[in-house]
Design a protein around this ligand. Structure first.
Ligand SMILES: [Zn+2]
Length: 57
């Protein structure tokens, strides 16, 4: 299971995403980022941060 906590990106946000692989998880993260943080595009910098924040459980 791949797990991502939005707060790890520095947002004041308690959203946590879980998915069975990284691609699924990135999809969820993109949707959430758009809906809740007005991030229509995930920049390279953010993508790097997201990837380093993903943990495997
Ligand atoms: Zn969030």
């Amino acid at each position: 299971m791949k797990v991502f906590k939005c707060a790890d990106l520095g947002f004041k946000c308690d959203w946590i995403a879980k998915a069975k692989n990284e691609n699924e998880l990135l999809k969820l993260i993109k949707e959430h980022a758009k809906k809740c943080h007005d991030l229509n595009e995930i920049s390279k910098e953010i993508a790097e941060k997201v990837k380093s924040a993903i943990i495997t459980q």
